[in-house]
Design a protein around this ligand. Structure first.
Ligand SMILES: [Zn+2]
Length: 464
């Protein structure tokens, strides 16, 4: 007795384990349902692997997938959902709607100095740089401040020539004697100095000093900051070399990179709100789109755009500096065809679907319209509590993605410019506002349509 008990226990455990293993190994059909599939599947039924390995037009002898051995499913030719299907799929429906829309995009750009307000200091004589702004750049210069100093043998020669002529003329540069050659020689020497970059003030200093120093002092024509410095202290420069670029710090613009969709939607004159990307306390400024690249960059598929701050948008020099990132917010109304309006107007209602309800591939789009079943289906504007409903692919021509005006809930809708029943006009009613479309389960309905050979996103995007 004391020996048979453990044996019985072991046998019991083994039987239980064996049962479990066979349950796991047997095809699901043998375990749960024993109804043999009839050959009376409706005409047009196709047989699909649930893992999408194969799709067979005719009923095979062996109903297992030749690739993965899972049982093939019979796919009925009609696209019909029972109430049970709807619950199982997490299905819900949304109406095609007419709504006033706002094209809202938050883009990031970089502040840059206005190139039209930049000054370039050019060397007019060959020489060596003796004094230059700090190497780091970004130095501020007052109007008339010496920005750079060159030492130049050519200038020294010109200064010496001038002093000789000046002394010959009696150390005067005005009220010159009527002696032709002396006056002409002095005038020529003064012209040469001016040509090398010495203005009248520099010439007066030279006369007072009485000897040449060969130093050319280049002054900032206006107040600004050094944004580019080509020549460092000790560098040899040639006449015509650009030495410094000085920008006006109060004249900033914004440079943006746009996607193809953004480039297609925006037009010159569009207004935006601009904030510093870091430092949330900054006050927003308003800016206007002044320039758009005519084409997308072939490599990046993006387009450059430039905004100017609007007059009265005071730029605080301490915070708004070139190189800083800014957030640029566009919130522009759409017209009835879903075109972005640059002018400040009330948006016009346009036809839309929630973006979730729309399936896209290769520039094509479909959504699934809901109808009653039967030979003369009617488009649904309300879901029946019970009973079957049918669905079918409708090809869409889309406008931009947008938001409902005033909603500000972040829910994306997409403008529907045109709708076309892919299978050919089958409905008496037109596809307009109020007609219901599948939303959350749209992907699953599309997979089912594809497997049953009905029009689907794949058949639409593979066409042509
Ligand atoms: Zn398979």
């Amino acid at each position: 007795m004391s020996e048979s008990s453990p044996w019985l226990l072991r046998a019991g455990w083994l039987a239980l384990l064996g049962g479990l293993v066979s349950l796991l190994l047997l095809p699901a059909r043998c375990v749960y349902v024993d109804a043999p599939r009839s050959d009376a599947d409706p005409a047009g039924t196709r047989y699909a692997c649930p893992m999408f390995c194969v799709l067979l037009e005719e009923r095979p002898r062996d109903l297992r997938c030749p690739v993965c051995s899972m049982e093939l499913e019979a796919v009925a030719p009609g696209l019909v959902l029972t109430r049970g299907d709807r619950e199982r799929l997490g299905f819900d429906a949304v109406p095609l709607e007419r709504a006033p829309l706002v094209w809202r995009r938050e883009l990031y750009g970089v502040l840059a100095y206005d190139e039209r307000a930049q000054q370039r200091l050019i060397a007019r004589v060959a020489g060596t740089v003796e004094v230059a702004p700090a190497e780091s750049g970004g130095a501020s210069l007052a109007a008339g401040e010496i920005a750079l100093e060159l030492s130049s043998p050519t200038l020294l020669a010109a200064q010496t020539d001038y002093l000789v002529a000046w002394r010959a003329a009696g150390a005067r540069s005005d009220n010159l004697p009527e002696i032709g050659s002396t006056r002409d020689y002095l005038n020529a020497a003064a012209l040469r100095l001016a040509d090398l970059g010495c203005d009248e003030a520099e010439r007066k200093t030279l006369e007072a000093r009485g000897n040449g120093d060969g130093r050319l002092r280049l002054r900032a024509p206006r107040a600004g900051v050094v944004v580019a410095q080509r020549a460092r202290v000790g560098a040899a420069v040639q006449a015509g070399d650009e030495l410094l670029v000085i920008a006006d710090p109060s004249r900033l613009r914004i440079e943006l990179e746009l996607s193809a969709e953004e480039r297609a939607s925006l037009a010159r004159g569009a207004r935006a709100e601009v904030r510093l990307a870091s430092g949330s306390a900054s006050v927003a400024r308003s800016a206007r789109l002044e320039w758009l690249a005519p084409q997308l960059d072939a490599a990046t598929q993006r387009a450059t755009a430039r905004l100017d701050f609007e007059a009265g948008s005071e730029i605080d020099g301490a915070a708004w500096l070139a190189g800083r990132r800014v957030a640029v917010l566009f919130a522009l109304p759409l017209d009835a065809s879903g075109n972005v309006l640059s002018a400040e107007r009330a948006p016009e209602p346009a036809l839309v679907l929630p973006s979730e309800a729309v399936l896209r591939r290769g520039g094509r789009a479909v959504a699934y319209a809901l109808s009653s079943t039967g030979d003369t289906p009617r488009l649904l504007r309300a879901l029946p509590e019970d009973g079957e409903i049918a669905y079918r692919a409708i090809e869409l021509e889309l406008g931009p993605e947008a938001e409902r005006a005033g909603a500000n809930d972040g829910v994306r809708v997409v403008v529907v410019r045109a709708l076309r029943d892919v299978a050919g006009a089958a409905f008496a009613e037109s596809l307009d506002a109020g007609v219901l479309f599948a939303r959350r389960a749209a992907f699953l309905l599309d997979a089912q349509a594809e497997r049953s050979g009905a029009p689907s996103l794949r058949s639409v995007s593979d066409r042509r």
